[in-house]
Design a binder for this molecule. Sequence first.
Ligand code: ADP
Ligand code: MG
Length: 407
Amino acid sequence: MRSIDDIEVSGKRVLLRSDLNVPLDKSGSGAITDDGRIRASLPVIRKLADRGARVIVMAHLGRPKGEDFAERAAGGPSLQVVAERLAELLGQPVAFASDLVGPSATSTVAGMADGDVALLENVRFEPAETSKDDSERVRLAQDLAKLGDAYVGDGFGVVHRKQASVYDLPQLLPHAAGDLVVAEVAVLQRLTVDPARPYVVVLGGSKVSDKLGVIGNLLGLADRVLIGGGMVFTFLAALGHEVGTSLLEADHIDSCRAVLAQAAERGVELVLPTDIVVAPRFAADAPPTVVAADAIPEGHMGLDIGPASRELFASKLADAKTVFWNGPMGVFEFPAFAAGTKGVAEAIIGATAKGAFSVVGGGDSAAAVRQLGLPEDGFSHISTGGGASLEYLEGKTLPGIAVLEQS
Ligand code: ADP
Ligand code: MG
């Protein structure tokens, strides 16, 4: 994969696909509530601008709805607020085009000098961006290609999507991977090619159906797989235990049983919690009780792994040399049910301090690290693209990476 150091950008119009999909205040102001993704995108924008490129940034924001560009642009969300924040953080003006391939984009790009930065309006205002119809996407990509001389893919959060600005456009222009994408791919390679052992995978989060693919593939790589979170109850059910009103995906019980059998066959240690923190309802103030994992009382739901499981999971992480963690161990958003997630995160930080290579994937897991006041630099890497990382670890080809690898 070519990096931006391998391509000529001076005096060139460089179309840069970034991930600027920041959360916006839902109560009306529409203000950016966390500008982490904009900050993460700055180094590549700066590097390209410093080298004399005319940097034309493309990004999506939210989930615009509507039949065509006009309807979607009227409904929003617009990237205008992001352009303003980007300009502040860059310390230089960012020209904002109010369309993608229309008159505003054309005149904005025509007005750029070397080292200038511009942002095009939300790519998802063009329905063709995410069309399943290849020819619609290619048409949009052809129009976008007219605006640039080269393409840089730096939006790791979207590389698993076969979309016009991610997949079709790079095939029409000389292209390279941005630094964020290069770094993420290097991390994923380290997790999949000859990882240092013991290799411990910790999985949690809400839905087991989201994670079955990744578990299946990781069984062929990891030495231990620790399972917590809402997904654990389908595993407990697969073992024949009652799970009360806990999250349960009944139609995946058989798949969980198959995973248990496969782990045993491959000699992978699959570790389930031995105790669970339960409550009579899903609420921050619901009274917590610790019960054995095989004795969840009727009418109660499991909202966290218990203290003995926390110890057990920590002991399984203590000597790890490689760790991949995806998915909180409990409903960490409620302080009474956050201890499992915190305990596991601390055990991973401990292993990292002793030299393990540790990776956190998943938006909620990364949010948990911040919300629980844990040091982000206690981990070797916190991925910016949960879905993309998971698909890679499932063994799938990521379309946005595959096209950057082509010459
Ligand atoms: P990530 O974004 O890190 O991949 P997921 O999206 O899979 O993680 O899951 C995160 C959510 O899982 C959190 O909002 C958390 O509250 C929820 N969760 C964890 N444990 C439980 C549980 N026992 N019951 C219900 N929800 C849970
Ligand atoms: Mg999530």
